[in-house]
Design a protein around this ligand. Sequence first.
Ligand SMILES: [Zn+2]
Length: 418
Amino acid sequence: MRFGRGVVIAGVHVEQRGNIPTSITAVLVGLDSTRELAVGSRDINADDAHGWQGVAHAIRELVVGLKAQLDARTRDELQASVDAADADFDPVLRERREQELAAFTPFELFGVGVEVGAPVFDGRIASIARTGGATRVDFHGFEEELQALFTDERNAITPVVIENDVNALAVLAIHEEHYAVPDLAVFGVFDEGVGGGLVLDGRLRRGGSGTAMEVGHLQVVHIPGTSGAIGSNGGAHQPAQGSPRTFSDPCECGRDGHVDTRATSSRIAGELGVSFEDALTLNTEKARVTFRSAGFALGRAIAHVSNIVNPTRIIVYLPAGLARPPKDEPTAAAEYCPAASAEVCAAFGNAGRERAQFLTYRPLTKEQTAPLCARAAAVCLLQGFIEHALRVDGCSFSTNRKADTAVRHDQYAVSKNP
Ligand SMILES: [Zn+2]
């Protein structure tokens, strides 16, 4: 009997535009290997989503549907193996496989990890005040609704853990390093924002209110004391929602000169006045300056983090066109990573280190992003249990240490999602 056989964890990635959910992707992974067993996604219709509570219902539907598919497929495979033994006239093998088929029970769902594009603290999503039109939809009630949907009529709870998207990637990174690297920093460059996740002494660090490593809002353009750096224009100059934003348009938070306004694919595209796909093919002087400047902004942010926490390893997830620009012909996009690396390597905190020793760029295509993030969310659920078992997560344990596992899971879930 293998550990964790027949048990799966669900991981869910919520695709967002600002605070607004647009689609969800779920994966089921085995508890033993965290290998992907099933994956599916669906769009969230803004009209019928009822904000984030609607997302909670969509998540439950998708996860339950995926598990039913996996159960049916596994059963079919067992049946097919019986038929195959039959066709081979192998009665001994047939009998063994028939026993396996008879012993088949549906997979057990161990828990659900969900990652979102917002800071998460103590299991709750902290909504950042936004100036740019995305405030109609908020996260209110999402956590409670989701946990309620994964609690059955007999009050048995399937635990739900919610995590920030880049924090989830950082947890996945230590998991994939087999917990051998005690500290690392992970950065993710997405369409509209740059996020970070920090692992120190083997544990994810969220900070005092869940907003640790919000590197997208680091000031990298204006000198402190100038109006751009200290002021907020209160969104007065925000372009209409949906229209392209250039380097000089304010950040989503209302301020100018933040990393998010420079290093992201949407800003590069906006600055060059073309789609990002088209921007990747350009090789004009303006395009080179733009990509270089974007790379410097990202590198400056990573340099700041390096000077403060000196991570052993730095992993940067980038749109594939930035991480692996085509080699056959020169393009401006090829300037992005070298510019970032130059800033990172020039950081005092990285003095004397060879880039290849500590800094890795990983390409992330649009198709890869959702399944990878969903799997990271599943690993977060597992990590939550590990930290709980090690008693380092601050959850209160039952005074009765012999309380059965189900009860502990209940308490765990309740205290994580009060
Ligand atoms: Zn900002």
